[in-house]
Ligand binder design. Structure first.
Ligand code: ADP
Length: 273
């Protein structure tokens, strides 16, 4: 069976996916099966501002950050993720000769899971409040059979949040962890999480403090703050789900995919304690 890799390209500020998309076209031409997952957080922020609903974020007591997603925000989120970003990527890939198919996690019920019924959030004064109406959750199941149908037919799935909750409501999910669940469900050889930083940094302010090879999960868990926490969690989930290798690397430069595959970034491989 040909090699299968899952590549997630972040949607943070400053990420330009074109170089990675060109490389993905090359991989697909060479017979590698690729599933692409992408984010859209920066485009969502821009659109939210334009529509007069500036984004707000939730910080959990353990330091995880996520977008506050009420019903109106979810609609804006879909416009950015499933609209502008997903269709832009599909257009670029198709122009490069890739038979790309853009799908959100709600299409065909591709990504399903539980909505969070209560989220603890630390407010500006350090008080913890409980939010019960947030439309966010976590991918627990992936329809890998449907993805295999597409891949076996020579198509390249381009996947994006939202996912479908068990109650039948679209929900915001973290794209890194959704990519990890997808890689695990497909038994992918490799998962690349490409973002606006070179990998997990020992000091988030110092780009030269890259952790290259993960020998202790404690070290990366301690270093990862805010949104990096989800990437590290995703890497751990993918590895324990049977994915051969995970690299958290940069989406920038002329060849971000080849760079990450050759080990530039933070590499998680084998049994790590
Ligand atoms: P994307 O949108 O590409 O998925 P995120 O913005 O969600 O990326 O996550 C990357 C961000 O994580 C970085 O821009 C940085 O601000 C933050 N971060 C927190 N801790 C670290 C760390 N130890 N190393 C690198 N980045 C970190």
């Amino acid at each position: 069976m040909s090699e299968l890799i899952v590549i997630k390209i972040g949607g943070g500020e400053g990420i330009k996916p074109d170089a990675a998309l060109g490389e993905i076209a090359g991989l697909v031409r060479a017979g590698v099966r690729v599933v692409l997952v992408h984010g859209g957080s920066h485009e969502t922020n821009i659109l939210s501002e334009k529509l007069g609903r500036p984004p707000t974020f939730i910080t959990s007591p353990s330091g995880h950050t996520s977008r506050r997603t009420d019903r109106e925000t979810l609609k804006i989120f879909e416009m950015a993720y499933c609209g502008k970003v997903n269709k832009g990527i599909v257009e670029t890939l198709r122009r490069a000769g890739v038979d790309a198919v853009g799908l959100s996690g709600i299409d065909a019920g591709l990504w399903t899971g539980k909505r969070k019924s209560a989220i603890r959030s630390v407010d500006a004064d350090g008080r913890t409040v409980v939010i019960r109406d947030d439309l966010s959750g976590r991918v627990e199941r992936v329809d890998d059979r449907f993805l295999r149908l597409l891949l076996d037919d020579g198509r390249t799935p381009v996947l994006t949040p939202p996912a479908m909750s068990d109650e039948g409501v679209a929900m915001n999910v973290d794209a890194d962890r959704a990519a990890a669940a997808t890689a695990a469900a497909l038994g992918a050889d490799e998962l690349l999480l490409l973002s606006n930083v070179p990998g997990v940094l020992r000091d988030p302010e110092d780009r030269s403090s890259l952790i290259e090879t993960v020998s202790s999960l404690d070290e990366v868990r301690r270093a990862a703050k805010g949104r990096m926490k989800n990437k590290v969690l995703g890497a751990e989930e993918a590895l324990s789900g049977g994915v051969g290798r995970v690299v958290i690397g940069s989406a920038s430069g002329a060849s971000p995919v080849a760079d990450a595959r050759s080990g530039c970034g933070t590499v998680f491989e084998g049994a790590i304690a």
